[in-house]
Design a protein around this ligand. Structure first.
Ligand code: F0G
Length: 461
């Protein structure tokens, strides 16, 4: 019998355990955000109704993963849970050296600590903020090379996360081959809108790496989501499974770094996997000094067990279809209301162009931060600015060099909220559209030297 397509995308799971969330008043939230220096990272989570700050470590685990937690082997060395995780990751990556870490940035710190250093250059489709910080911390430089068309938030292209291969070649010539430490492909491209990268783009960059003997890293914390887009948007992949596509992708890389808090479907965990024996030995030394022994990294045995199960579950076709379509549902409804969203909608989040929405707020008064605060005050919704607060720099005279875009990210935790939560978020945007002219923006009154968005303090201008 032919299967009828359901009109409503019903979640492919039912709820076995509930976690209450608190409904607060607008006056209460005005006080709470003021006390947090207008930085939602500093809010208490029980003052938040719908938490779209991140999709990282905020997902719900399955009954099978929770069962795995109870089966975790907590032996210091050679635990069964480690063997389980190692075999799943070896099969996925095809790489011989698997290093567990407590989260993604630990893998980054170890790998870029070894590949980086003063004078070295890293080139990426877009470095995520922790990637850039870990690279710059070594004294190296991180350069993003998105194609021109991908920087326009409304152009409808299937793979807006791609790297500009032509520009990469020019950069190699300009900086000299020996100074290029690595090329990093971020899948999906988080900071530029959660946009996917095509297989042909990764293959093209692999060729450039082969021609020049360059090291290719895949930051694949959303590799399953990227595989979904390849299957549905790239010719030749329609009959492959998501897992086959992920395997094909990872076989193109020399190293794979992963924050398992995303497509590992766990609350904590990370991975660094490598082909090269020598680099892997250097990384292993750093791992032991800072994370833990080679068979647990910074993780408990139960975390590794849950990760091993999560890395298989994430490729389930019903799950991935629900995941990508439910993110698109939010984006499509916001767009229909006239909210300027980055188009097309990416995998894990909806990105809003705050500069277009808050036309009256100048870049150095941080329109993204204004939207983030308004969403909290009006709806108890927490999300993050991805613009000049996150990526802005200062010139020698202390003037702001703004980021390329002033975006706000509504990241969707995996398997956590229902469609009615998302409908509520869509409703709150009616208030935002009504009141947007009232907000005059913010100024920064405290900031640390690295990753300032986490702890910066703001005042209204
Ligand atoms: N790479 C990418 C592409 C990421 O999105 C993240 C984390 C990391 C590396 C670092 O991993 O957090 O486990 O140390 N992104 C989260 C986010 C924080 O909200 O997008 P981590």
């Amino acid at each position: 019998m032919e299967k009828r397509k359901p009109r409503t995308l019903a979640e492919p799971f039912r709820i076995k355990m509930v976690e209450p969330i608190r409904i607060t008043t607008e006056d209460y939230r005005k006080e709470a955000i003021k006390k947090s220096g207008y930085n939602p990272f500093l809010l208490h989570s029980d003052d938040v109704f719908i938490d779209l700050l991140t999709d990282s470590g905020t997902g719900a685990m399955s009954d099978r993963q929770w069962a795995g937690i109870m089966m975790g082997d907590e032996s210091y060395a050679g635990a069964k849970s480690w063997q389980h995780l190692e075999s799943v990751v070896k099969e996925l990556t095809g790489m011989p050296h698997i290093l567990p870490t407590h989260q993604g940035r630990a893998a980054e710190r170890i790998l870029y600590g070894i590949l980086g250093g003063k004078g070295k250059i890293f080139i990426s489709n877009t470095h995520f903020d922790t990637t850039r910080a870990n690279i710059e911390f070594t004294g190296a430089t991180a350069i993003d090379v998105l194609p021109e068309e991908a920087t326009h938030s409304e152009i409808d292209l299937p793979f807006k996360g791609n790297i500009d291969v032509g520009k990469v070649k020019t950069l190699i010539q300009e900086h000299g081959l020996s100074n290029i430490a690595a090329i990093i492909m971020t899948l999906t491209n988080n900071s530029s809108g959660g946009q996917p990268v095509s297989m042909s783009n990764i293959k093209a960059i692999r060729e450039v790496c082969d021609e020049n003997k360059l090291f290719l890293v895949i930051d694949g914390c959303r590799i399953a989501e990227n595989s979904y887009f390849i299957k549905h948007r790239e010719q030749g992949y329609e009959n492959k499974t998501y897992e086959e596509i992920a395997k094909e992708t990872l076989r193109l890389a020399d190293a794979f770094v992963m924050s398992a808090k995303k497509d590992g479907l766990v609350n904590i965990g990370g991975l660094l996997t490598l082909r090269d024996e020598k680099i892997s030995q250097q990384c292993t030394n750093l791992l032991i000094i800072s994370e833990g022994f080679t068979t647990y990294g910074g993780l408990a045995g139960r975390d590794m067990e849950a990760m091993a199960i999560g890395l298989k579950e994430v490729f389930d076709p019903d799950y991935l279809h629900y995941r990508i379509r439910s993110t698109a549902y939010l984006g499509e409804h916001l767009k229909a209301k006239g909210v300027p969203v980055v188009w097309p909608i990416g995998g894990h989040a909806v990105y809003i162009d705050a500069k277009k929405l808050y036309k009256n707020i100048l870049v150095d008064q941080y329109p993204g931060q204004a939207l983030v605060c308004d969403l909290y005050i009006k709806g108890g919704i927490r999300c993050v600015e991805v613009g000049s607060v996150m990526f802005g720099k200062y010139d020698d005279n202390g003037k702001l060099i703004p980021a390329k875009n002033e975006l706000v990210r509504l990241a969707i935790p995996r398997r956590t909220y229902t469609q009615s939560h998302i409908d509520y978020v869509i409703d709150v945007f009616d208030d935002i559209l009504e009141m947007k002219e009232k907000n005059k923006g913010y100024k920064i009154v405290y900031e640390p030297p690295f990753l300032r968005h986490f702890t910066a303090q703001f005042e209204m201008t």
